[in-house]
Design a protein around this ligand. Sequence first.
Ligand code: CTP
Length: 419
Amino acid sequence: MREFLGLSNISPQICRLLQEIGKLGEGASRSVYVVGGFVRDLLIGRENLDIDIVVEGDAVEFAYQLAKVWGGKAQAHHQFKTATVTRPDMLKLDFVSARNETYPSPGALPSVEYGTVAADLCRRDFSINALAMRLQPNAFGELVDCTDGLRDLRAGRIRTLHERSFIDDPTRIFRAIRYEGRYSFQIVEADQQRILDAINQGVLNLISAQRIRNEIDHILSEAAAPQMVNRMCEFDLFGAVDPTWKIAPNFDALWAAAGQAIEWASISLTNAPINTRVILWMTLLTSPMAIEVVGSRLALENQLCTKLSVQTHMEHALNALSVSSKPSEVYQLLNPYPLEALVFALMQPHQPDWRAGKIGNYLTHLRDVQPLVNGDDLIQRGLKPSRAFADWLWKAFAAQLDGKVSTTQEAYQFLDIKK
Ligand code: CTP
């Protein structure tokens, strides 16, 4: 029986674009479909602006034609027979040629040849992602479902399409967990076993650090990341990436603190944007050894690793704070640390209120204080640059932070420098 998708959830603009693509396809005697996540999320009722179009035939040539009609730009990736069209309104759409894929070896990138949409759907990761919608004018909105994806979607099942799926492409292990957590679906039992088997066979050693890192980044960007991390622990996926990688038993609390830290920073630190990704990774890598070993295994960027490891040493500085620490002492102790580490520390559940108050005051106030006197000022006043400069300047600045001086003149008096 032919089944048509309800289109009321698609914005009129996107609907019009899809109709234009269908018309152009008809004119060029090409069958064209929107596929994958867009169709899945349309059926679930979740917005998805990632538009992937499958063309039976050459998608690159088709994308160039469409870019011309729209006055946009097409960029081709000839090796994969794909192209991206950027419209003048900056909306991007991806075009792929319907293809058969073969994996020359487990974990390797596939080799590609033209095929039908049905073949193209069957090469995909899960049945819920192997759904397509026809765009040709006389069948616009018709569902193409060769793998019982709709049935799985309705039953909340994540199911691969063939038994070697996780071996051919081990990133699908992370993807399965991501979809399961995001939609509160369930990976079917046979696939849970295949995930365990694939991990035991060592498939994660066959894919690049970058691909694993990307998958973990995707997971960290999801609202249901804690459920996904929990599931990854059940499959011992972190241990499979590196045997030394253990997730902290209080991960849920760390995750909550990370969320609060990111929200707090977006409201209170508008003049100093923080890198939210650093804070998210702080929940996964909590010991100096894990940062070093996993950081190198996943080729994490140096800047990220530095911020992560600095954070693990920060406890020491925080312990040196006391209720009576003066603002200048707070400044001196906290100044060496990256903002991300401080914002994260601020939100730790065990952080006493007085300490959180001092960290918060540093972040929102002390950090922005500009010294009343600098080295050039001293030179202008006839002093010869010397090693003592740094000392004097810090003394003046500390007095300023502690509220003992509030004008330039007072600062000079404090330093006993005549005008
Ligand atoms: N795909 C696949 N195997 C992969 C990655 C992707 O079969 N390892 C297919 C799936 O059909 C997927 C489509 O390519 O739907 C697009 O991939 P991607 O953009 O990563 O996923 P979406 O389905 O758009 O899902 P989301 O962005 O919501 O994660």
